[in-house]
Ligand binder design. Structure first.
Ligand code: FES
Length: 189
């Protein structure tokens, strides 16, 4: 397997190795892979390669097992990870309409990430809050009784939050520049 991803993969490899230290003497492959996914938000190739080395089995076997189970994700999640529950209670309460709304508004399908990597969308099984059905979980925060109008409202809130963040960043950069200029002027006078 070849690693064609960015420099972040070095940090990821470090995290994978640290995670595997907790499994010394244990040979539970699925639990190891899930643990790596919990730490990184997805299961990278490095994770599978390291588990293969650790258990002394082929990378192909690990890959075959990981792709067999649908709880594994193989691409990094977006900055905001959206999980739409499609368990029985949410399905009955028209969770599919909620999922379609997210897909339409984000212009991606479930399992995909937006081009700017701001959002990723995932369909999940029961998240344990059936009384609030239909449920969407955003960055681990549960949103209950979802409907398409709430999808619009939530996205608008994230958009405004991002604009505020960009504004704050620009203000702080310009303060730093001004500070440097004043300090240089002081030295030169
Ligand atoms: S089915 Fe959606 S929270 Fe249980």
């Amino acid at each position: 397997m070849k690693n064609e991803r960015d420099p972040d993969s070095k940090d990821e490899l470090k995290i994978v190795k640290e995670t595997l230290k907790n499994w010394e003497g244990d040979k539970n492959m699925i639990a190891m892979l899930l643990s790596i996914q919990d730490h990184l938000g997805y299961l990278p190739e490095e994770g599978m390669i390291e588990v293969a080395r650790y258990l002394n089995i082929s990378e192909t076997t690990i890959y075959g097992v990981a792709t067999f189970y649908n709880q594994f994700r193989f691409t990094p999640p977006g900055k905001n990870h959206i999980q739409v529950c499609m368990g029985t209670a949410c399905h009955v309460k028209r969770g599919n309409i909620v999922l379609e709304s997210w897909e339409r508004r984000l212009e991606i399908k479930e399992g995909e990430v937006t081009e700017d990597r701001e959002f990723s969308l995932e369909r999940v099984n029961c998240v344990g809050c059936c009384v609030l059905a239909p449920v969407t979980v955003i960055n681990k925060e549960v949103r209950g009784q979802m409907d398409p109008t709430k999808v619009d409202g939530i996205l608008l809130k994230y958009q405004l939050g991002k604009e505020d963040e960009t504004k704050r960043k620009k203000e702080s950069e310009s303060r730093t520049e001004e500070g440097c200029k004043e300090s240089n002027d002081g030295k030169n006078s």
